[in-house]
Design a protein. Structure first.
Length: 255
């Protein structure tokens, strides 16, 4: 399994529009952060987690040739607004793309992008909209011989899902992990976890909170994502424990 970080940034991205801070003006490419997403390559198939606002730029930057399935964590704009870019992969692959998410997430996507799922407009042929097969999930399932377990987490008061792939977990936009979900995250080799900024936030883990969760889970390696412009990549990495680090756009993990 190969995991590529297509984006490691928060909803505003980094640089943040109009900001002149040291990180936003940095020449370090690891301080440039598109919206958070990962691509999982397994058995010659690509599984995309979330269709971010930056999806077109992300797939071009990483030379992504195919997307065989999409997993959604939740229906906030920065995680779904790139959905229309999937039509390019429909055209390339000559097939529909299965998409997976909770009932609440799928219902919101259907409502927000009704043109994709409506048959009312005769002019909206397959060339002009994504061709998707929607799947509502609430329990473990298998894609391309990879076991995928949805993990219930909370983004403020909003219940969303993270995912566990064998011994790797992806938990973004998270401020609280219930006890039963913590148990489901035991024994990880790699934990990819939300760590928005230094100061506490009502709907995201701070860096200190994320470090504590990683310690409690005793994960072998923790990688923090969904990062704001408060973090200078090199400076913060130097201060983290040896088995913990910040993600960066284009980062690749081979498992």
């Amino acid at each position: 399994m190969k995991i590529t970080f297509l984006g490691s940034g928060t909803s505003a991205g980094v640089p943040s529009i109009g900001c002149k801070c040291d990180v936003c003006c940095s020449g370090d490419p690891k301080n440039i952060r598109l919206r958070s997403s990962i691509l999982i390559e397994h058995n010659n198939n690509n599984i995309l987690v979330d269709t971010t606002t930056d999806l077109r730029m992300q797939v071009l930057a990483n030379d992504v040739k195919n997307i065989n399935a999409v997993l959604y964590t939740h229906a906030h704009a920065d995680h779904i607004h790139g959905i229309d870019e999937l039509r390019s992969f429909n055209y390339i692959q000559k097939q529909r793309i299965p998409c997976y998410g909770s009932k609440e997430t799928i219902d919101k996507i259907r409502n927000m992008f009704s043109y994709i799922f409506s048959n009312d407009d005769e002019e909206m042929t397959r060339e002009f909209r994504p061709m998707l097969d929607i799947n509502i999930i609430s329990s473990p399932f298998t894609l391309f011989d990879l076991k995928i377990t949805p993990i219930k987490i909370f983004h403020g008061k909003m219940e969303i899902i993270g995912y566990r792939f064998d011994d790797v977990a992806y938990i973004t936009d998270c401020s609280y992990i219930p006890e039963e979900s913590m148990k489901a995250l035991k024994g990880l080799d790699i934990l990819i976890l939300d760590a928005l900024r230094f100061n506490p936030h009502p709907t995201h883990f701070s860096l200190d909170q994320a470090v504590e969760v990683a310690r409690e889970l005793k994960t072998k390696r923790a990688i923090f994502t969904h990062l704001t412009h408060h973090f200078d990549y090199n400076k913060v990495n130097e201060e983290l424990p040896d088995n913990m680090e910040l993600a960066y756009d284009g980062m690749v993990i081979n498992i």
